[in-house]
Design a protein around this ligand. Structure first.
Ligand code: ZN
Length: 499
């Protein structure tokens, strides 16, 4: 076939796949937010049919040939990169027999239910056999790729292209070396008062206040919509349509706000990708780590700063005069930055957070190397929390069963959470040299910060690799030094550990 014929087939295929993706995305968001649970069975069955069709489309041998031929052609840079990425993705799944693929999806649905039951009953033994089976099946599915790369490296690479165990080992070694002693010093220092954050804050009032925050962080109703769910998330549905969710807690004034700022960070990234990539593989965040860097940047490096609250705190006090009238801006900002080791990852503060991730990384790595089995894994988990964070619980619900990820076979995903925080630090370091972030925050000019991020990070989508984008933006590839320096400086000051 001629190049033109191949390009035409390729473009039709891209368009069709994006239509399926959009449909599945809408159904998924709907299910997780407002769809009545009574419809689950009917809905799940029909959704599985659509997903199966998309799988067939994504592994179509005719298109595989088209992509292979196009890879040999002279193409413009954008198309070339897109074809390469589509081909890479296709090669990951093309050898999996469709019935095995469907069986694997079904196993995941069952695994989710088993995990939920185990968590509800606080009993790891309910989930353990499922976890064993998941690991076996994941190994089989990856074996179809016939790759020489170690299994866990392949998994890491699926979420963060280019990252390997060797690189993560080095990153976490530095995290451990510099943060564990700091956390230990903080444990002995005078603690920050956070009690007022946990008074009663009626949810209806919190919702009202959230409109102010959404406006401030430029989450515009013409391209974004916020809902409420148990576990907040963000989904890109189609061009100019991003859905995020948040979760309100009556006895916590900061949780919903910071989780909103976090999710809007993800949404803004997706929204700001160059529209010329719409509907194409290039119109995605480049990696999980880079995605998380954009949400953490907004949550931690903007949303927890004094400058952010100089503008927003007076309005918060107006909304909750009883609860906050005697709390100064400084006391409030100190409280939302306080650090104290805790058992639940999603509630962890900025400083102890990467250690939660390090524990999961170590366990996953050893599970897939065969060094660890699922047997008594709950106890291994508890021991590691004791060792790294100095806290102990025998409660599986607050331990090994707290996260949904393994039931969904997201092995290799956790490390990108810590990586994201570290990438954000590097980006912020450069951004602060180029624009006056604090002044913009103080003056309700958040859009100018977003503009900087769009110019330097967001617009590229997947056109370049994460390290290429980072190098363009900051002048060097990923370097964890900025993150560790930032945390050391911030917490030394907050807890008066100087000297
Ligand atoms: Zn996130």
């Amino acid at each position: 076939m001629t190049k033109e014929e191949n390009l035409k087939l390729y473009e039709e295929w891209v368009l069709k796949a994006s239509a399926y993706e959009m449909a599945l995305s809408v159904i998924g968001v709907d299910k997780m937010t407002i769809a009545p649970v009574g419809g689950n069975e009917y809905r799940d069955q029909r959704t599985a049919i659509l997903a199966g069709e998309l799988f067939e489309l994504n592994t179509d041998p005719k298109i595989q040939k088209v992509l292979e031929e196009l890879l040999k052609e002279e193409l413009d840079g954008d198309t070339k990169k897109a074809v390469e990425l589509y081909y890479q993705e296709m090669m990951k799944v093309v050898s999996i027999p469709k019935d095995e693929y469907v069986a694997f999806q079904n196993l995941k649905s069952k695994a989710y239910n088993d995990w939920l039951e185990a968590k509800t009953k606080n009993d790891y033994s309910i989930f353990e056999p499922t976890l064993t089976k998941l690991i076996e099946e994941v190994k089989k599915i990856y074996a179809y790729r016939k790759s020489d790369v170690p299994l866990y490296d392949q998994m890491l690479n699926d979420y963060e292209p280019g990252m390997t165990m060797a690189q993560y080992d080095d990153f976490f070694a530095q995290v451990k070396e510099r943060l564990v002693p700091l956390i230990q010093r903080i444990a002995k220092a005078k603690q920050v008062d956070t009690s007022f954050l946990y008074k009663s804050y009626p949810i209806a009032k919190q919702r009202e206040y959230m409109d102010e925050i959404l406006k401030y962080i430029r989450f515009e109703p013409d391209w974004g919509y916020q809902n409420e769910t148990e576990h907040p998330f963000t989904t890109w549905v189609c061009e100019n349509d991003c859905r995020t969710t948040t979760k309100y807690l009556e006895n916590n004034i900061i949780a919903a706000i910071l989780s909103t700022v976090h999710e809007v960070g993800h949404a803004t990234y997706e929204h700001d990708i160059d529209p010329k990539y719409d509907g194409m593989i290039l119109s995605n965040g480049v990696s999980s780590g880079m995605h998380e860097s954009q949400s953490r940047l907004m949550e931690n490096y903007l949303g927890r700063t004094k400058a952010f609250w100089e503008y927003n705190y007076p309005k918060l006090q107006e909304c909750f005069p009883e609860q906050l009238k005697d709390v100064s801006l400084d006391a409030f900002v100190d409280a939302i930055n306080a650090s104290s080791p805790s058992l639940i990852r999603t509630e962890a503060d900025e400083l102890t957070y990467p250690l939660h991730i390090m524990i999961r990384y170590e366990i996953e790595k050893r599970l897939f190397s065969g060094e660890l089995s699922t047997e008594n894994l709950d106890q291994t988990w508890n021991k590691m929390y004791e060792e790294y964070l100095g806290i102990h619980s025998e409660n599986a619900k607050e331990g090994i069963l707290q996260d949904v990820h393994w039931s969904e076979t997201y092995f290799g995903y956790f490390p990108t959470y810590a990586l994201g925080s570290a990438i954000a630090a590097q980006i912020v370091h450069t951004m602060r040299q180029q624009i006056d972030v604090d002044q913009l925050l103080r003056e309700n000019r958040y859009d100018e910060i977003v503009k900087w991020l769009k110019e330097n990070i967001h617009r590229y989508g997947c056109r370049y690799t994460a390290n290429e984008i980072l190098t363009k933006a900051t002048g060097e590839p990923f370097n964890p030094k900025y993150y560790l320096d930032y945390l050391e400086e911030k917490y030394t000051k907050l807890y008066h550990l100087e000297g």
